[in-house]
Ligand binder design. Structure first.
Ligand code: MG
Length: 420
C-alpha cells in the first residue's frame, strides 16, 4: 500500500477543491504562500460594496485578498448608510488574515462600543462583512460554509413563502395562493396589519377595534380555506399594535392552529411579548429586529416567544445566528430565520439552517420579484419544491450575475469600485 505523509494528503485534498473554483495558477499561488501546515496565508486588501433596492435596501459586500480570491456577503433592512460604515471598518481589517473570522468580527464590534455597535446599521454593516469572510474562508479552504460551521444536520432546508399581499381577499390572492401551492411550498405567511382599515378610529394609535380584529380573522379564514390543509400558515403583525390588541388577536386566531403569530407588539418590551405568549395557545414568533446574542438573552430567559426569527443578514452574521440558534435550543425553542434577501443571502442563511438542530423553516420574500430572483445568481433557481438543497460548492456556493443584479442598483451608489 502506498504510504502518504499528512502533508501530501492535505495537499491532495485541498488542490482539487480549489481547482473547481479558482484558476489553477491561483491555487498554486495560494499553496506557495501557505505555511508548512498548509494553512493558507493571505491578507485582506480591500472591501467594496454595491447597493440594490429590491425588498428594501440591500448592501452587497466583497472582501478582497492579495491572493486574488474574494468573498461575498449581503446585509439588509438596516442597510441604509451601511456602505460608509463598511468603508470605515477598512482601517481595522486591511492587512489582516481573513481566516480569523470571529476575531475580526469581535475587533470591529468592540471598536464601536461608543458608536452604536449594540445593533442597527453598525451591526448590519458588520454582518455583511462577516458573511463575506465566511464565503471567502470556504473558497480558500475549498469547503462549503456549512462545513466550517460544524457540518450539517440536513441536506435540504425548508422554505416558506411570504405572500406579500396587500389584500388577501382580492384578485392578488386568487393568483398568488395557487402559485404558492404549485411551487411546492409547505408553509406561507400573510400580513395582518392594515393602516388603511376603515374600522380604524385613529390614524396614529394602533389599538385595534373589534372591526379590525374581525377583518384579520376574515383574512386568515379565507387564506386557510384556500390553501391545502397540510400547508402551514403564519401571520405577521409587524410589531405595530399594542398589548391588549396582541392578546385579543392571538386568542381570536387560536382555532386556525397557526404556525405562528409574528410580533403582535414591538420587540423592545420583552415582558409585554411574554404576557401575550403566556395568554394564548397561538405560537408567538419574534426577533427580526433584535441583534446579536445579547438581543436574545432576556427574550429566551423569560421564554417570551415560542419561536425565534433572527434576520441572519443583520443579526451579526452566520456564526452569530448559529450561536443564537444554539442558545434557543437550550430552551427548546425552534429557529425560523427572517429572510428578505437575494439568492446570495438566502443560500448563506441555508448554510446556517443546515448546521443547527432546532431549525424549523426559513423565509423567502421575493414573490414580487421572481424574474430578478431567478437570474440574480448564475446558478438560477435555488428553491425547488419549497426546499433549498444546501450546496457543496466552496463558500456560500452561489455567484452573482452582475448584469442581472445591476438592474436593482441604487442610483448614484458605487458598484464594487475599488477604494483609493
Ligand atoms: Mg415580520
Amino acid at each position: 500500500m502506498t504510504q502518504y505523509s499528512r502533508r501530501s494528503l492535505l495537499k491532495g485534498a485541498a488542490l482539487p477543491a480549489l481547482g473547481t473554483f479558482a484558476l489553477p495558477t491561483l491555487a498554486a499561488a495560494i499553496q506557495t504562500n501557505s505555511s508548512p501546515q498548509q494553512r493558507p496565508r493571505m491578507k485582506i486588501t480591500d472591501i467594496r460594496t454595491a447597493q440594490v433596492n429590491v425588498h428594501g435596501p440591500q448592501t452587497h459586500v466583497r472582501v478582497y485578498t492579495d491572493s486574488g480570491l474574494y468573498g461575498q456577503g449581503e446585509s439588509t433592512d438596516a442597510a441604509v448608510g451601511t456602505a460608509s460604515l463598511v468603508r470605515s471598518f477598512r482601517r481595522i481589517l486591511i492587512g489582516q488574515d481573513p481566516l480569523n473570522v470571529e476575531a475580526l468580527w469581535e475587533r470591529v464590534r468592540v471598536s464601536g462600543i461608543f458608536a452604536g455597535a449594540q445593533g442597527g446599521q453598525y451591526i448590519t454593516a458588520l454582518t455583511g462583512i462577516e458573511i463575506a469572510l465566511w464565503d471567502l474562508a470556504g473558497k480558500i479552504l475549498g469547503l462549503p460554509v456549512y462545513q466550517l460551521l460544524g457540518g450539517k444536520f440536513r441536506d435540504k432546508v425548508r422554505i416558506y413563502c411570504d405572500s406579500d399581499m396587500d389584500d388577501p381577499l382580492g384578485p392578488e390572492s386568487d393568483k398568488k395562493l395557487p402559485w404558492i401551492k404549485s411551487k411546492g411550498f409547505t408553509a406561507m405567511k400573510i400580513d395582518l396589519d392594515e393602516a388603511k382599515d376603515p374600522a380604524r378610529f385613529d390614524s396614529v394609535n394602533w389599538t385595534a377595534s373589534n372591526g379590525e380584529i374581525d377583518r384579520m380573522v376574515k383574512w386568515v379564514a379565507h387564506v386557510r380555506e384556500s390553501i391545502p390543509k397540510e400547508m402551514d400558515l403564519a401571520c405577521d403583525m409587524h410589531g405595530r399594535y399594542d398589548a391588549p390588541t396582541g392578546k385579543k388577536v392571538a386568542k381570536a386566531l387560536e382555532p386556525f392552529r397557526l404556525l405562528w403569530l409574528e410580533e403582535p407588539v414591538p420587540p423592545e418590551d420583552i415582558d409585554a411579548m411574554a404576557d401575550i405568549r403566556h395568554s394564548t395557545s397561538t405560537p408567538i414568533c419574534c426577533g427580526e429586529n433584535l441583534y446579536m446574542r445579547w438581543g436574545y438573552t432576556e427574550l429566551l430567559q423569560k421564554q417570551a416567544a415560542d419561536i425565534i426569527m433572527p434576520d441572519i443578514q443583520k443579526v451579526g452574521g452566520l456564526s452569530e445566528a448559529k450561536k443564537i440558534a444554539n442558545m434557543a435550543q437550550a430552551y427548546y425553542i425552534p429557529f425560523a430565520p427572517h429572510c428578505v434577501v437575494s439568492p446570495i443571502g438566502q443560500m448563506a442563511s441555508a448554510h446556517v439552517c443546515a448546521a443547527v438542530p432546532n431549525f424549523l423553516v426559513c423565509e423567502w420574500h421575493w414573490i414580487n420579484h421572481v424574474d430578478l430572483w431567478t437570474t440574480f445568481v448564475k446558478e438560477g433557481e435555488i428553491i425547488v419544491n419549497g426546499y433549498i438543497t444546501v450546496t457543496d460548492k466552496p463558500g456560500i456556493g452561489v455567484e452573482m450575475d452582475e448584469d442581472a443584479a445591476k438592474k436593482a442598483q441604487i442610483k448614484g451608489t458605487p458598484w464594487f469600485e475599488p477604494n483609493l
